[in-house]
Design a protein around this ligand. Structure first.
Ligand code: IPM
Ligand code: MN
Length: 373
């Protein structure tokens, strides 16, 4: 089959990691006889440098026309350290989410057996953890009214949610729970926030339509603690935009590295796939960043296109790279050397094309030679 895929490499390590995801997708195309037509688009600090705009119109147009969007990372220290900057890279991503209506952000968090020791958390606490975080992505305080008083001494960020905004993401979370362990936890701050009380009421009413799903509630402060104390209690976690941003970074500790966490952002017409990590400017251009979050985002992209077997092939290759210790510095084990970003990508692509352990030249794996005999 033929698909149009827009790649937005973005800032920092974005270009390096999306290049590896593209290798994996090309390997899938070869192996399963598909055609992926890739087009690149600008967003973020690179787009500001080239056009003055963090989200040029051509990028929006290209994204609208494509079957899926693969995005790298956004952000640059020159803006982080200048709170007065009027134009900021992150505006590009936020505007793209808003313009394309990507209201549902799904962030799977899993403790890979091979990486349990890489997490600072204890093995008995995290082993077996498997969570899907459903984060509302186009509402709440991210998109509310913003104000700064004329004298610059008072700032305001408004948080708004409507029943409709809550329902559409909640439906997807309930459906996901039905296909998983049938538990949904709504994370809110209903003891303090009016918006959270609307979330609770709306989600409670929806629960009647999903009688096979057990619904429970946690205040976000407690949820942050429970995520570390006992993450196995969670199946699907549903929450609003800001809480989801924070909880998902926290949850990434369970997986051993934030460099592993992929996500999909789904709207009615479009879908975008991106790692949850940032642009990691310190690693930019060094070929050391972990490409697995981007590669796993490509796997979520294939699921979205209905290419399930192909998506599993990417996951299998990723698991194999972890098993063999063909990994970047952030998740290397005591008995393995760190491999570069591009070598991890090469291995994943090779494995997808062969998928037979007997074809792997284990001896040469760490010497930068082709891994396939
Ligand atoms: C994320 C990021 C973004 C967010 C930033 C870059 C605007 O942290 O996707 O989690 O806060 O949503
Ligand atoms: Mn974030």
């Amino acid at each position: 089959m033929k698909f149009n895929i827009t790649i937005i490499p973005g800032d920092g390590i974005g270009p390096e990691v999306t290049a590896q995801a593209k290798k994996a997708l090309n390997a899938i195309a070869d192996t399963y006889d598909h055609t992926f037509v890739f087009k690149e688009a600008l967003m973020g600090a690179v787009a500001i440098d080239k056009t003055g705009n963090p989200l040029p119109d051509e990028t929006i147009e290209l994204c609208k026309k494509s079957d899926a969007i693969l995005f790298g990372a956004i952000g640059d220290p020159k803006y982080d350290n200048d709170p007065t900057a009027k134009v900021r890279p992150e505006q590009g991503l936020l505007r793209l989410r808003e313009t394309l209506g990507l209201f549902c952000n799904i962030r799977p968090v899993k403790a890979y057996d091979k990486l349990i020791k890489n997490s600072p958390l204890k093995e008995n606490i995290i082993k077996g953890t498997d969570i899907a975080i459903y984060r509302e992505l186009t509402g709440g305080i991210y998109f509310g009214e913003k104000k700064l008083s004329d004298d610059g001494k008072v700032a305001f960020d408004g948080c708004t949610y409507s029943v409709e905004e809550i329902q559409r993401v909640a439906h997807l979370a309930f459906k996901a729970a039905q296909n998983r362990r049938k538990k949904l936890t709504l994370v809110d701050k209903a003891n303090v926030l009016e918006t959270s009380r609307l979330w609770r009421k709306t989600v409670t009413e929806l629960a009647d339509q999903y009688p096979d799903v057990a619904l429970d509630f946690l205040f976000v402060d407690n949820a942050a603690m429970q995520m570390i104390l006992n993450p196995k209690q969670f199946d699907v976690v549903l929450t609003e935009n800001l809480f989801g941003d924070i909880i998902s970074d926290e949850a990434s500790v369970i997986g051993g590295s934030i460099g592993l966490l992929a996500s999909s952002s789904i709207g009615k017409e479009n879908a975008l796939f991106e790692p949850i990590h940032g642009s990691f400017p310190q690693a930019k251009g060094k070929d050391i960043a972990n490409p697995l979050a981007s590669i796993l985002s490509a796997s979520m992209l294939l699921d979205h296109l209905g290419l399930y077997e192909e998506a599993r092939a990417i996951e299998k290759a990723v698991e194999k790279s972890l098993e063999l210790g063909i990994t970047t510095e952030d998740i290397k084990s005591e008995d393995s050397h760190a491999t570069s970003t591009s070598k991890v990508g090469d291995f994943i692509a090779d494995y997808i094309e062969n998928q037979e352990d007997s074809n792997i030249n284990f001896k040469n794996i760490h010497m930068g030679q082709s891994t396939i005999i």
